[in-house]
Design a protein around this ligand. Structure first.
Ligand code: HEM
Ligand code: HEM
Length: 192
């Protein structure tokens, strides 16, 4: 099994990061919208935001590790994309990293502006390091805005991937789902 990325496609580490984080991000969006509408008497009134915060901090850690992994690996180049599509997909991919970082840091700021640390599932604690009057409201506004921006970009990104798969019938989605295609063996390979 291919662990690292190669010029031909994504290895298992990048693919796991991609799909697990995509599911978690869509889930966090739905959870966020639901939890802010809960009333005080709901049994989930405290539990849901706690879970949202704890998973959010794990996702922040995963984002940093994923970015470091990305930087330490070659970037797969797709012959299926035109030069313009390659440029756009590069901007979209970098856009995701930036939007997600702002989203997660703003979430951290909402949660820690009162000086409370975040106890991530009882495994480790992330301290409050920054306090400022009015910060909760501003960070809350940015958090909501960036959550919608991430999901809007993810919808466009998903539609583009589906178009490649079903209309262009190329291997762009396949390379992210199951890795690069096995190269056909050359005559020299066969003779060995
Ligand atoms: C994948 C990452 C995340 C997504 C998609 C996400 C999404 C959302 C959404 C949609 C809301 C509801 C906003 C509203 O309608 O007012 C929300 C609220 C909230 N999120 Fe996140 N969030 C993420 C990460 C985080 C992180 C890392 C933290 C903290 C460590 C966090 C803390 C909060 C808090 C405290 C609220 C409640 C804000 C309020 O009461 O207005 N979130 N989130
Ligand atoms: C919130 C959800 C998503 C996020 C944040 C996201 C983010 C990314 C990022 C950052 C990359 C660049 C590779 C990397 O750095 O790992 C990427 C590549 C890719 N994503 Fe997503 N993605 C999401 C959902 C999806 C979905 C739902 C699909 C398909 C149905 C999809 C299909 C692809 C494909 C095919 C590539 C490879 C594109 C290429 O080789 O140029 N993604 N995605």
């Amino acid at each position: 099994m291919l662990i690292r990325d190669t010029l031909e496609g994504y290895g298992i580490v990048s693919r796991l990061f991609h799909w697990l984080m995509a599911i978690a991000i869509f889930g966090m969006f739905a959870l966020g919208l639901w939890m802010v509408r809960l009333d005080y008497y709901s049994p989930y009134y405290n539990a849901a935001p706690n879970f949202h915060r704890d998973l959010g901090m794990l996702l922040l850690l995963a984002l940093v590790v994923r970015w470091l992994w990305r930087a330490a690996n070659p970037k797969p180049v797709s012959d299926d994309l035109t030069p313009a599509e390659r440029k756009i997909s590069n901007v979209v991919h970098w856009g995701f990293y930036v939007l997600l970082l702002v989203l997660m840091v703003s979430g951290y700021l909402i949660s820690t502006q009162d000086g409370e640390s975040i106890d991530v599932f009882g495994w480790f604690s992330v301290p409050s390091i920054f306090r400022m009057p009015g910060l909760e409201d501003r960070a809350g506004y940015i958090h909501r805005l960036f959550a919608y921006a991430v999901i809007a970009l993810a919808v466009v990104h998903t539609l583009a991937a589906l178009k490649h798969h079903f209309i262009d019938k190329d291997d762009v989605l396949g390379r992210m789902w199951s890795g690069p295609k096995a190269r056909p063996k050359s005559k020299e390979d066969n003779s060995q």
